[in-house]
Design a protein. Structure first.
Length: 401
């Protein structure tokens, strides 16, 4: 008679929101450790979309909704960027009528529908005992909802904006700022060759960490961030002065995508919104570039200065993870398993003051994480500032937000 090993439980993993380097290493770490501990691991495809569209029928083809994860599957993917489980911005608690799966349309036909009862039934049908969502505050906010409904959730923070509350670090941030520094330095040669001002738009809807850290590292002269409404004439004057004081006759500014002028609003590429109410940002770099060129003569003895305008966009979120985004996801994944093995749920794994820890998952919905302007941003110089560095964590102002 064949001897079969009893499975201790079933763990499900999903990745939601924007992709970042480091997601696959996290999935790999969870899967290999969980399999070794005697658990079965299921990958839910396309964020919350896969578990939403699942058909509770053993004869149905649900291959687009979930996959059983093995060491062989995750080991190869674990060295790469992106997420092989795919992602989406699906929000089951606020599902528009036209996005409700066909097999649920007869039961959910309001303009906005809460499909949470179906999600819970689908998780039970799959036999899932524990759920590990990996995402930003939007993805994890629904993880909070499921935890309150009784699902055993342990969450992992990821977002290149580094703005998930409760943690100093989110997966994807290091690779983002590493690429930002590298590409800004690459474009210096063109800016210097043509004696121009270089404007680079970076990610950061509500928080300016992706502009602040590269600027502090010397990648740019100035940065403008969502937390402070800046004056375009002030910015132009500073950049013209920076350029004229530079022997190579160029200057650089990093612009967070959520930045606004004094009295202005965010700039959107279109009016379409995702299920979390976010319209796609894009265009603030274009507008700032145009205004700087127009105003430059005012501060340059009547001579106009041309501008190089570059939006980094997906260039900083594609490709392989750097060292930190290979190591931290591995640690986060193992920390999540430690919590599950210890019987602790409703937790968010975090890095706090240089140490791995965990906090209540409700921190995601009960607070926000942004740059403290009065402490870390010089509004006269439009750049980050610090008075002392002793005992500060590696990513500085990210710990005190």
């Amino acid at each position: 008679m064949a001897h079969t090993k009893k499975i201790k439980g079933v763990i499900a993993i999903l990745t939601g929101g924007g992709d970042v380097p480091g997601l696959n290493p996290a999935i790999r770490a969870i899967t290999i450790r969980a399999n070794r501990e005697g658990y079965k691991v299921i990958g839910l495809r396309r964020g919350w979309a896969g578990i939403t569209e699942l058909l509770r029928d053993k004869k149905a083809d649900n291959s687009n909704c979930f996959i059983t994860l093995t060491n062989e599957i995750v080991d190869k993917a674990g060295r790469t960027g992106g997420t092989f489980l795919h992602s989406s911005r699906t929000r089951p608690s606020h599902m528009p009528k036209d996005k409700v799966p066909d097999h649920l349309k007869s039961s959910y036909n309001k303009e906005i529908n809460d499909l949470t009862p179906e999600i819970i039934k689908n998780l039970e049908w799959l036999g899932i005992d524990f759920l590990i969502p990996i995402g930003g505050d939007d993805t994890l906010s629904y993880g909070v909802r499921l935890y309150k409904e009784g699902v055993k959730v342990v969450a992992i923070p990821k977002t290149m904006d580094n703005d998930v509350p409760g943690t100093d670090y989110c997966i994807g941030f290091s690779t983002c700022i590493t690429r930002t520094i590298s590409m800004t330095n690459n474009l210096r040669t063109s800016a210097g060759s043509h004696e121009r001002i270089l404007v680079m738009e970076v990610f950061g809807r509500y928080a300016g960490f992706t502009a602040m850290l590269p600027t502090m590292a010397g990648a740019a002269n100035r940065c403008v961030i969502p937390e402070y409404e800046f004056d375009i004439e002030h910015l132009t004057e500073l950049l013209v002065e920076d350029r004229n004081n530079n022997r190579s006759k160029y200057s650089v500014v990093l612009v967070s995508e959520g930045t606004t002028f004094k009295g202005g609003d965010m700039i959107f590429s279109n009016a379409e919104k995702d299920m979390f109410g976010h319209a796609k940002l894009g265009g603030i770099g274009d507008l700032i570039s145009s205004e700087i060129k127009s105003l430059s003569s005012k501060f340059n003895n009547g001579k106009t200065i041309n501008v190089i305008n570059q939006k980094l966009g997906y260039l900083v979120r594609g490709g392989d993870p750097d060292a930190i985004d290979s190591i931290v996801p591995m640690a986060f994944g193992n920390l999540a398993l430690d919590l599950i093995l210890g019987g602790f749920y409703g937790r968010l794994v975090v890095l706090k003051n240089g140490r791995y820890d965990d906090v209540p998952i409700e921190v995601v919905t009960n607070s926000s994480k942004i740059v403290k302007v009065d402490k870390y941003y010089n509004i006269k110089r439009l750049r980050p500032h610090y008075h002392r560095f002793e005992m500060k964590p590696m990513f500085l102002m990210a710990a005190d937000s």
